[in-house]
Design a protein around this ligand. Structure first.
Ligand SMILES: NC(=O)c1ccc[n+]([C@@H]2O[C@H](COP(=O)([O-])OP(=O)(O)OC[C@H]3O[C@@H](n4cnc5c(N)ncnc54)[C@H](OP(=O)(O)O)[C@@H]3O)[C@@H](O)[C@H]2O)c1
Length: 374
């Protein structure tokens, strides 16, 4: 069989538009899959990487995190997948894997995992026709679900489970811990109430809406904060109550709803993490005698936080997510328990559309995932 030609959308230097060009056809190392991509999704991290070159170790670079497509090659030691399987996956590479294969790589890592380009390997970027992913960060996509729908799941899922299920705090970046909410994994079955309430700030964002889905599938009572136009969307994800982030009495209303929930207040997952959201987080946590504050960017300094607050920042790559990838994602997608939300907005078909998708992402989206079909 002749080897197919690979192509990619390359970043040649920080701040420049992507350039289409040939790329080496990757092969699957131990524990890996080569995927023939059918759709890729855009995340805010991508335009930050394009603008500043953050995380990029080797130029020119291929980046991007979310893929859906068919398994082209599975490593011999991979038993869960075979060529031709329809899958979704996340390009994150485990540092252990990389170190054993590339002992000379210098990985400026914050924890024991790497995200795509910290590996320095172009084949780990999503913005190509073929991409390498670890089998532990992939799941079979049921036939009834299109690639463009399924591709909204991977990065958001990894981030949500990292925010909710880590039991022991680790290091997100120097001087910043990861949150350790220690919540149970989502279940395919209907589980009884866990008697716990979590606030998800940014419930209509990609990561926030996935956190609502994952938490409610673990029996957690979720109170969400989003734009007023996205209340129905947050409820569709599973939120019991939703409040408008523009409401000037937001913190008071959320505090009242938490008290009315008559269950243990765990804390807040702030999927937005700006000075404005931190001000409300602090008011809520102050009034409720503390709790967790899990953030997507570095949390406020401890001196600004009320006592009894355990704060941290997620680093959305961790093997705590592996059981969810292995045991939950496929049956949950099949049964409809895990929905492909927020819905995709298909920017175009072909690698050439990734640049305009990145520009749209930078301009901002609402309850929507930007997707490019390949
Ligand atoms: N640390 C990590 O490992 C990690 C991993 C993944 C993502 N992130 C970060 O997490 C953030 C979210 O990523 P994403 O992909 O989920 O973003 P996204 O889907 O692009 O976020 C868009 C949403 O943000 C909501 N939003 C904006 N300002 C808000 C506010 N003040 N209050 C409540 N909601 C607000 C909007 O809600 P409305 O339209 O309803 O107003 C919109 O639906 C990004 O900053 C990303 O870089 C970090």
């Amino acid at each position: 069989m002749s080897v197919p030609k690979n192509q990619a959308a390359w970043l040649v230097k920080a701040g420049s538009p992507l350039e289409l060009g040939d790329a080496t056809m990757p092969t699957a190392g131990s524990g890996e899959l080569v995927i023939k991509n059918a759709a890729i999704a855009i995340n805010p991290l991508d335009f930050h990487m394009q603008d500043s070159g953050v995380f990029i170790q080797q130029w020119p670079a291929i980046f991007g995190c979310d893929i859906a497509g068919e398994v082209y090659e599975a490593a011999k030691d991979v038993t869960r997948f075979k060529p031709g399987d329809r899958v979704i996956g996340y390009v994150a590479q485990e540092i252990d894997l990389l170190e054993s294969k590339y002992p000379k790589l210098i990985l400026p890592l914050f924890n024991r995992h790497a995200i795509s380009l910290t590996s320095g390997r172009p084949q780990d970027g999503a913005f190509a026709l073929y991409t390498v992913i670890p089998a532990d960060k992939a799941a079979v996509l049921p036939n009834e679900i299109s690639f463009t729908d399924g591709v909204v799941v991977p990065f958001a899922l990894e981030a949500a489970v990292c925010a909710l299920s880590l039991k022991k705090s680790g290091v997100a970046m120097p001087g910043v811990a990861t949150p350790a909410l220690g919540l149970p994994y989502p279940s395919i079955r209907d589980v009884p109430s866990a008697g716990k309430t979590l606030v998800v700030y940014g419930g209509s964002s990609s990561v926030g809406s996935m956190a609502i889905q994952i938490a409610t599938a673990a029996g957690i009572h979720v109170i969400a904060i989003s734009g007023a136009h996205n209340f129905y969307f947050c409820k569709r994800c599973g939120a019991a109550r939703v409040f408008d982030h523009k409401d000037t009495s937001l913190a008071g209303k959320v505090i009242e709803a938490i008290r009315e929930s008559d269950s243990e207040f765990i804390g807040i997952f702030d999927a937005i993490s700006t000075p404005e959201t931190y001000a409300n987080d602090i008011t809520i946590l102050e009034q409720l005698d503390g709790g967790h504050l899990a953030c997507v960017h570095p949390p406020p300094p401890a001196t600004d936080l009320p006592g009894n607050v355990r704060s941290g920042m997620i680093f959305a790559v961790n093997d705590v997510v592996t059981p969810v990838w292995k045991d939950y994602v496929t049956p949950a997608l099949q049964s409809g328990k895990l929905q492909c939300l927020p819905p995709p907005f298909i920017v175009g078909k072909g690698l050439k559309h990734i640049q305009s998708a990145l520009e749209k992402s930078k301009a901002g989206v609402s309850a929507m995932k930007l997707v490019v079909e390949l």
